[in-house]
Ligand binder design. Structure first.
Ligand code: ASP
Length: 326
């Protein structure tokens, strides 16, 4: 077994050991990176809807805004898009026909906010931002999150579009709960950005898995699971079956692996290896995106078909991630 493999085996058993011993860990990574472009600023986000979100976020960064404003404005575009069936307005509902939303946001100082199981509010990311800016808490959930949003000037809106309602009624005919791999590129948006000052922030927002149980909350609003940033190191965001991401605290894990010396690519691959090691992964998709402070990025998924949008070096383009199962 190579040094790197044996290190990874050890970290898989005792990630905490690796986290406590950075000098030991950094010697073991080869720092291989398929994507060695190191250009800042950078905006990166999951799936095809990421193109429009990146465009908006990049515009703000170019105009001198901080990364935290850019990430919020970027995913705001996706939340408002009725064609995007797993984020915000137009998202497919749970099995009882309710659109329930999860979102989180984190800035370069380590400050963060999140909302979960929020209904009838079109822009959960902005509510999460207000939780971060205006409360002593990190997460508000359900009715409490809704009341907080209303007190802060957000309006109640029906988020179930006719199209989404039709899909739900179709689903009700045999009511089978089985997340579909890649859901044809409609999925959670996770977006990471580094601004002109070199500061990093991230945002993640979703209507979660379609036909989930009422009350189910996924990885997306959980800081460290669906998204995590650390201004000394980089950031990571996740998409796919949230339960698998939560069980391994994927985004935090990947940022910590980068701190130990892993490249973004190596860290994403190790994040996926923690999932496939213990979980029945054959029928699920999970994808990770990570960037480091130099502007290098990495991506990896369980199944083929995960793609993402990268805005760097004056270009905003889609890239296919490599995957564990090809
Ligand atoms: N990660 C999201 C969740 O489990 C779903 C997704 O990415 O589509 O709620």
């Amino acid at each position: 077994m190579s040094n790197r493999r044996s290190f990874i085996k050890k970290t898989s058993i005792g990630a905490i050991g690796a986290i406590l011993a950075p000098e030991l860990a950094s010697a073991k990574f080869s720092r291989k990176n398929k994507y060695s472009i190191k250009k800042l600023p950078i905006v990166i986000s999951t799936w095809k809807h990421g193109l429009d979100a990146n465009e908006e976020a990049f515009k703000l960064i170019n105009n001198g805004f901080d990364a935290i404003d850019a990430v919020e404005a970027g995913v705001y575009v996706t939340e408002a898009d009725p064609e995007c069936t797993s984020v915000g307005y137009g998202g497919w509902p749970d099995r009882d026909g309710h659109v329930t939303l999860d979102a989180c946001i984190m800035d370069h100082t380590g400050n963060c906010g999140s909302v979960s199981f929020l209904q009838d509010i079109k822009h959960p990311i902005s509510v999460a931002r207000k939780v971060m800016d205006n409360t002593p808490h990190v997460m508000l959930s359900g009715e409490g999150a809704l009341q907080f949003a209303l007190k802060n000037g957000f309006q109640k809106e029906d988020l179930l579009t006719d199209k989404a309602k039709e899909k739900w009624e179709e689903w009700l005919k045999d009511s089978k709960y089985k997340p579909i791999i890649n859901v044809e590129n409609h999925d959670t948006i996770g977006l990471l950005a580094i601004d002109l000052k070199g500061n990093i922030s991230g945002a993640c927002t979703t209507s979660g898995l379609a036909w989930k149980m009422h009350g189910r909350v996924g990885d997306s609003p959980i800081i460290g699971a669906g998204m995590f940033v650390d201004n000394e190191v980089g950031g990571c965001c996740a998409t796919g079956v949230g339960e698998a991401v939560m069980k391994t605290l994927g985004s935090f894990l990947i940022v910590e692996l980068m701190r130990q010396g892993a490249s973004p690519q190596e860290a994403c691959e190790e994040g996926i290896s923690r999932i496939v090691k213990n979980q029945n992964y054959k029928n699920m998709q999970i994808g990770y995106l990570a960037i480091n402070k130099e502007g290098e990025h990495g991506s990896y998924s369980v199944q083929a078909g995960f793609d993402y949008a990268l805005h760097q070096n004056g270009l905003n383009k889609m890239i296919n991630a490599s995957s564990f199962i090809r």
